[in-house]
Design a protein around this ligand. Structure first.
Ligand code: PAF
Length: 288
């Protein structure tokens, strides 16, 4: 099937008309596509009759204008990688297609957005929740695919879809890593050679925490302080947060010794030079 590229919401809806009775898979992205995105696309293509992807660098989720400005873009490469990964309709809107000049409505998910990335990125999750609502409303997919690397984002989207009764199944897809463990991210392109080397401490620390968990460590503060020590030992790295949280409601588990059957996600955000990287691992099921 040849891939169609569309821009406006009307064009998208027309392209989707023949598929309305079929299963539609959707993977929203901000472009600069890598193998992590392609894994979402392939799942969307394999599990549905048609796969739709969007590439839209959403201005409202950047709390720092400089970050928006330097967000990497590669529209041509994106079309090649989307086609390669089985996308049938690639939606590449401009901000004017998504936001009326007097756009007024914001979708805001309380509580889940207060900690972790929400604590240092005010307004970020309002931007994400609002654009994801708009993207899902435009595509009306059967299933929508999001990476587990953005673990808080995934929890926020699951909650908003449940709370607003949106008829879509949210599928979380495991983080895709480079062979040396670094979680794939469009932002990795900003890392210098030495920063990239330092950045390996993030996944190394998470895998070590999963091994400690497997060996029976259930004291959350000890797990967090071991991760902190590994990250702090590297040059170029500055911690934004390192928290062990409940997988569903994201509340901080600091101070607890966890009982049998209790899940935990170790989540971190670290500045590597000027680049902010995030990663996380579910310690009780590290390959989930
Ligand atoms: O994860 C992303 O790339 C973005 O936050 C998303 C979900 C496409 C919304 O802009």
């Amino acid at each position: 099937m040849t891939m169609r590229i569309v821009q406006s919401i009307d064009e998208l809806r027309n392209a989707l008309l023949p598929f309305r009775a079929a299963q539609i898979g959707f993977a929203p992205t901000m472009g600069f596509l890598h193998q992590g995105h392609q894994t979402l696309f392939r799942r969307a293509a394999d599990e549905n009759s048609i796969a739709v992807a969007s590439v839209f660098v959403n201005p409202t989720q950047f709390n720092d204008p400089a970050d928006l400005e330097k967000y990497p873009r590669d529209p041509y490469g994106d079309t090649v990688r989307a086609r390669e990964a089985g996308i049938g309709i690639l939606w590449m809107p401009e901000p004017r297609h998504m936001y009326a000049p007097d756009h007024t409505t914001t979708v805001s998910v309380a509580r889940l957005t207060h900690g972790l990335c929400g604590a240092t990125r005010p307004g970020h999750f309002d931007g994400v929740a609002t654009v994801v609502t708009k993207l899902l409303n435009a595509v009306q997919p059967t299933r929508a695919y999001f990476g587990q690397k953005d673990f808080q984002q995934l929890a926020v989207i699951r909650r908003l879809v449940r709370d607003l009764d949106m008829p879509v199944q949210i599928v979380g897809v495991p983080t895709v890593r480079e062979p040396d463990g670094l979680a794939m991210s469009s932002r990795n392109v900003h890392l210098s050679t030495s920063e990239r080397q330092s950045a390996l401490a993030l996944s190394r620390a998470l895998f070590a925490a999963a091994r400690s968990w497997e060996q029976g460590e259930r004291n959350v503060d000890r797990l967090v302080s071991d991760v902190t020590a590994t990250v702090t030992a590297e040059p170029d790295l500055r911690i934004d947060y390192i928290n062990a949280v409940d997988p569903d409601d994201l509340h901080d588990l600091a101070g607890l010794t966890l009982g049998h059957g209790r899940g935990v996600v170790m989540a971190l955000a670290v500045f590597c030079g000027k680049t902010r990287l995030i990663d996380n691992l579910r310690l009780d099921a590290p390959n989930a």
